[in-house]
Design a protein around this ligand. Structure first.
Ligand code: NAI
Ligand code: MG
Length: 487
C-alpha cells in the first residue's frame, strides 16, 4: 500500500480480509418477468447477463421485456387497479405496505449482499444505507396510506391509476422503494423497470411482494434497457411516469409525454457544490467531503463533486483531504473494511476515464490515491483535481464517479455565484460554524437539498429533488405523495 507524501506514518493499517459471507443468499440462474403476480417468460425469448462488476463474472440471466411484455404488465396493473386496489380501504392498503417493509428488514442481509454483488457498491453501504433506508421508506409511506385527508386538508386526494417507474443502477432497491412505496400508499398500481446492470434486488423484492400476499398485478416488475423503458413511457394506459437517471433520457421522456395527460417526476443529474468556510470544523468537513464524493464510488446524483474551499484554509484542507484519500481502501466491495468498491459497469468506467483525461488536457492538476487495484473488475482510484476554472468541463459536467474538482473563493457572494453557475441544481453542502452563513447560503443556493455540516444524509420524511436540469418534482416526505395524486 502506498504512502502519502505528506504523512510520516503508514496511512493504512494492514487489515485482515473481512468478507461478508454469501452462503445465505438465494439466487436463481435465470429470472423471468414478474407480471400479474406470476413469473412469466419474456415474449422476446431473450435473456441478458447481469454481472458482478468486481469480478466480471455472470451472476444470472435476466429476461428482456419488449413492448408486448410491457403491454401485459400495464394491463395487469390496470386490472388490479380497477378490480382490487382501488376498492380496498386505505387502512388495508397500508397493512400490505407495512408487511413489505418488515419482510425487507427480515431479509436485509440477503438484500445487501445481492445489491453489492450486482452493482459493485461496498457491503457497508448496502447493509447500512440502501437496505435499511428502503425498509424505512416503506414504513414511512405505509403510515400515510390512511391519512391522505390530513396530508391535504380540504382537498379530495384520488389516485392516478397506473404508475410507470424507471430506475437507475446506483441505488437499485432504494430507488425502487422511493417509487413503489408512495405509489401504493396513494392507491396506485405499478409497472417498474430496473436498470440493465442491476436487476436482481428488484426481483428479490418481487419475492417479498409475493410473501406479503400483495394482490396480483398491484406491482409488476420488468427488466430490460432503454427500449423497455421507452415502451413504459409511451404506453397510453400509464397515468404517471416517475424516472431517475440521466438528464439526456429525462429530456427524451419529457418530450414523449408532451400532449398526454401523464404526470411526470424526473430526478436527473447533478454537480453539487460542497462549500467549506474558514470557520468550519475542518476535520469534520474533510470527512464530509470524502463522504460527499467517494460514497458509492461517486455514483450519486447529489454527489458533492465541486469543492469550494475558502482561500485562507485551502492548504490545510487540501493536505488533510489528500491524507484521508490515501487511507481509503479500494477493492473487494464484499469486504467490510472496503471504502470504495467497483465501478458499476465497463461503460461507466469508460465515462469516468474519459473525464479524467479531459481534466488533464484542460491543464488541471491531478491527485490520486496510490493503492493497488484488483486485476479483474472495474475500478477507479479516488481522484482530485485542482487548478480548474469555472468553465472546465470537469467542473460543468456530471462525471458520476469518484472525481472531485476543487476551487477556492474569498467571499460568500463569490462562492454563491460560483456554486450557482451550473446547469444543475440538485444539492449542495455548506461547512461553517456560523448559523447565519448557513441561512444566507441555503436561501440563495439554487439547489433542492442543502446539507449543513453534513453530507449525503437521507431520511424518508425529507423531500428530495432538483432545480434546473436536475429535474422536477419531489420524492420523499409529504411532498412525495403529491405526484401520485389528483387533488
Ligand atoms: P440512463 O438515464 O440511460 O439510465 C437510467 C434508466 O433509464 C435505466 O433504467 C435505463 O434502462 C432507462 N432508459 C434508458 N433510455 C431510456 C429511454 N429512452 N426511455 C426510458 N427509459 C430509458 O443512464 P445510464 O446510461 O445508465 O448512465 C449515464 C449517465 O447518466 C451517468 O454517467 C450519470 O451521469 C447519469 N445517471 C444519473 C443518475 C441519477 O441518479 N440521477 C442515475 C444513473 C445515471
Ligand atoms: Mg450487475
Amino acid at each position: 500500500m502506498g504512502k502519502s507524501p505528506t504523512l510520516e506514518f503508514d496511512s493504512k493499517w494492514d487489515l485482515s480480509p473481512a468478507p461478508e459471507s454469501t452462503g445465505h443468499i438465494n439466487l436463481k440462474d435465470q429470472y423471468d418477468l414478474f407480471i400479474g403476480g406470476k413469473w412469466v417468460k419474456p415474449s422476446s425469448k431473450k435473456y441478458f447477463d447481469t454481472i458482478n462488476p468486481a469480478t466480471e463474472k455472470v451472476i444470472a440471466k435476466v429476461a428482456e421485456a419488449n413492448e408486448k411484455d410491457v403491454n401485459r404488465a400495464v394491463q395487469s396493473a390496470r386490472k388490479a387497479y380497477n378490480e382490487v386496489w382501488s376498492k380496498l380501504s386505505a387502512g388495508e392498503r397500508g397493512k400490505y405496505i407495512y408487511r413489505i417493509a418488515r419482510l425487507i428488514q427480515e431479509r436485509a442481509r440477503e438484500f445487501s449482499v445481492i445489491e453489492t454483488m450486482d452493482g459493485g457498491k461496498v457491503i457497508r453501504e448496502s447493509r447500512d444505507v440502501d437496505v435499511p433506508l428502503a425498509a424505512a421508506h416503506f414504513f414511512y409511506y405505509a403510515g400515510w396510506a390512511d391519512k391522505l385527508k390530513y396530508a391535504f386538508p380540504n382537498r379530495n386526494p384520488q389516485p392516478l391509476g397506473v404508475a410507470g417507474q424507471i430506475i437507475p443502477w446506483n441505488f437499485p432497491l432504494l430507488m425502487a422503494a422511493w417509487k413503489i412505496a408512495p405509489a401504493l400508499a396513494t392507491g396506485n398500481t405499478v409497472v417498474i423497470k430496473s436498470a440493465e446492470t442491476t436487476p436482481l434486488t428488484l426481483y428479490k423484492l418481487a419475492e417479498v411482494i409475493e410473501s406479503a400476499g400483495l394482490p396480483p398485478g398491484v406491482v409488476n416488475i420488468v427488466s430490460g434497457a432503454g427500449e423497455t423503458g421507452a415502451a413504459i413511457v409511451n404506453h397510453r394506459d400509464v397515468n404517471k411516469i416517475a424516472f431517475t437517471g440521466s438528464t439526456g433520457v429525462g429530456k427524451i421522456i419529457q418530450r414523449a409525454v408532451v400532449g398526454t395527460n401523464k404526470k411526470t417526476t424526473l430526478e436527473l443529474g447533478g454537480k453539487a457544490a460542497n462549500i467549506v468556510f474558514e470557520d468550519a470544523p475542518l476535520d469534520q468537513a474533510v470527512e464530509g467531503i470524502i463522504n460527499g464524493i467517494y460514497f458509492n464510488q461517486g455514483h450519486v446524483c447529489c454527489a458533492g463533486s465541486r469543492l469550494f474551499i475558502q482561500e485562507s484554509v485551502k492548504d490545510i484542507v487540501l493536505r488533510k483531504l489528500q491524507d484521508r484519500m490515501e487511507s481509503l481502501i479500494v477493492g473487494d466491495p464484499m469486504d467490510k473494511n472496503t471504502d470504495i468498491g467497483a465501478i458499476n459497469s465497463k461503460e461507466q468506467l469508460g465515462i469516468i476515464k474519459k473525464y479524467i483525461e479531459v481534466g488533464k488536457k484542460e491543464g488541471a492538476t491531478m491527485y490520486q490515491n496510490t493503492c493497488d487495484l484488483p486485476k479483474k473488475g472495474y475500478w477507479c482510484r479516488p481522484t482530485l483535481f485542482t487548478n480548474v476554472s469555472q468553465s472546465s468541463r470537469i467542473v460543468q459536467e456530471e462525471i458520476f464517479g469518484p472525481v472531485l474538482a476543487v476551487q477556492t473563493f474569498r467571499t460568500i457572494d463569490e462562492v454563491i455565484s460560483k456554486a450557482n453557475n451550473s446547469p444543475y441544481g440538485l444539492s449542495a453542502g455548506v461547512w461553517t460554524d456560523k448559523g447565519s452563513k448557513i441561512f444566507n447560503l441555503t436561501s440563495q443556493m439554487k439547489a433542492g437539498i442543502v446539507w449543513a455540516n453534513s453530507y449525503n444524509k437521507f431520511d424518508p420524511t425529507s423531500p428530495f429533488g432538483g432545480y434546473k436540469e436536475s429535474g422536477f418534482g419531489r420524492e420523499g416526505g409529504l411532498h412525495g405523495l403529491k405526484p401520485y395524486l389528483n387533488l
